[in-house]
Design a protein around this ligand. Structure first.
Ligand code: UD1
Ligand code: MG
Length: 450
């Protein structure tokens, strides 16, 4: 079945009190708009149309960064949800499948729920996602007769009797494209808010003798974000669910509440994530790895059997092969670390390749940046880099080579060679004792004088 997504994201989100448009506020490392787009993407839609308005350029950039094929249309004035959907019409010209309308500020609708809606749209002209609200507040109310949905009444327009209904509108709607735009054409703005309500399409469809129904989901899925407090609640809800899912998938988390996950974090079975580990976007960890306490990871891949941390920082492009060790106070960026290599203490490895079984001594730094450009460091297999070596890139250390501690390596080192690049040591017998005596005498004299 052909599907198109229309994601409403034009609103300002006044209550966020922010320069950033509401839909770009992040949850689990990604703008909430991306959560909605990702849920919809599981239906493999033929078209994805984002309706932007407030700060449309920023919204466009974010939407295209996630899905380069998405279309962004601009709603210059926010005249209501039906008017917002109408803006997608030119982008869906000629499309004759089912349109699913999602909200950019409702990030947690689950793919399975969207599938249920699409399935229901086979037998019904309009399908609305509803939920039983613990506190129905200002949500639109779903008016049923039997199993059929008669209408949606907005809170502002509802009678006392209608306000007593607890089955509420999530905002997600599925409808055949041609029918949807034809119904929207008939929507007026004669209501308490003076807006073009998308919700009016239900009663309009029924008046044409068409059918409408409700698919229900858990209230958690329909959580909308309107304020920073709700953003924090949404983050907490996401984290709780994501941690539980990892435990279910066979990941060990001794202190799950201290581990922060991103929307797209992937962790294999029998991996151990110690307390206070933070995952930014784009991290995959294979089975049987250990991420020790207080590590921070983003945009990286960790293979089977590797041990990272405690206190390690892996930045985008860090690729760890099997059985790699990355120890405390080590930062790795855009670097491939081959199997069994060790970077155990106090190092910066950036724009580099480290060969299998190499050992990188404490305090080693790849000096990758000359102030203008970044340069590459290659360290061969089984190389031994002495502690506190500065590798001034671009530089190539051959397989099995060794650098002396404290060296500043500025030229390539051939395979199996030892490179020393530091001042030679000189020794002056008895000189330390003489120096101490001289200094003590000087101190005694200055104390007599004062
Ligand atoms: C809407 C529904 C209500 C439902 C509630 C669920 C209507 C008329 N009402 O009400 O039944 O219970 O959502 O949260 O649809 N938007 C635009 N352009 C516009 C107006 C809105 O893009 O012109 C976007 C907003 O940015 C937001 C979404 O559409 O993402 C919903 O708009 P909002 O104003 O929050 O609608 P509600 O009053 O909450
Ligand atoms: Mg709302």
């Amino acid at each position: 079945m052909k599907t198109a997504l229309v994601i409403l994201a034009a609103g300002k989100g006044t209550r966020m009190n922010s320069d950033l448009p509401k839909v770009l506020h992040p949850i689990a490392g990604d703008p909430m708009l991306i959560h909605a787009m990702a849920a919809g993407a599981t239906l493999e839609p033929a078209h994805t149309v984002v309706v932007a308005g407030h700060e449309a350029e920023m919204v466009t950039t974010a939407a295209l960064a996630y899905d380069g094929e998405a279309r962004v249309v601009v709603q210059t004035e926010q005249l209501g949800t039906a008017h917002a959907v109408a803006q997608a019409r030119p982008a869906l010209e000629g499309f004759d499948g089912t349109v699913l309308v999602l909200y950019g500020d409702t990030p947690f609708v689950q793919p399975e729920t969207l599938e249920k809606m699409r399935d229901a749209s086979v037998d019904h002209d309009v399908v609305v996602l509803g939920f039983e609200a613990a506190d129905p507040g200002r949500y639109g109310r779903l008016v049923l007769s039997g199993d059929a949905l008669d209408s949606i009444v907005e809170f502002k327009d509802a009678s006392e009797q209608e306000r007593a209904i607890t089955l509420c509108n999530s905002g997600v709607i599925a409808c055949d494209a041609t029918l949807l735009f034809s119904l929207i054409d008939a929507v007026s703005n004669e209501n308490a808010a003076g807006e073009y309500y998308l919700t009016d399409i239900v009663a309009l469809a029924r008046a044409r003798g068409l059918s409408a129904t409700v698919v229900t989901c858990d209230e958690d899925e329909t959580l909308g974000v309107n304020s920073r407090a709700q953003l924090a609640e949404a983050e907490a809800a996401f984290q709780t669910r994501a941690r539980a899912a990892l435990l279910e998938d066979g990941v060990t988390l001794p202190a799950p509440n201290t581990v922060y996950l991103a929307r797209d974090t992937v962790i294999g079975r029998d991996t151990i994530i110690e307390p206070n580990v933070v995952f930014g976007p784009g991290v995959t960890v294979e089975s049987g790895a250990t991420i020790r306490a207080f590590s921070h990871l983003e945009g990286c891949h960790i293979s089977r059997g590797s041990i990272v941390g405690p206190y390690a920082r892996l930045r985008p492009g860090a690729e760890l092969a099997e059985n790699v060790r990355v120890g405390n106070f080590v930062e790795i960026k855009n670097a491939q670390i081959e199997p069994g290599a060790k970077v155990n203490h106090l190092s910066y490895i950036g724009d580099a390749h480290i060969g299998a079984g190499a050992n990188i001594g404490a305090g080693t730094i790849t000096c990758n940046y000359d102030g203008v450009m970044k340069h590459h460091t290659h360290i061969g297999a089984r190389a031994f880099i002495g502690s506190n070596t500065m590798l001034v890139a671009p530089v190539h250390i051959g397989d099995g080579a060794m650098t002396g501690s404290g060296s500043v390596i500025t030229s390539d080192v051939e395979a199996d060679a030892l490179a020393l690049a530091r001042a030679p040591q000189i020794e002056k017998p008895g000189m330390a004792r003489k120096l101490f005596e001289m200094l003590k005498a000087k101190k005694a004299k200055s104390q007599r004088g004062s």
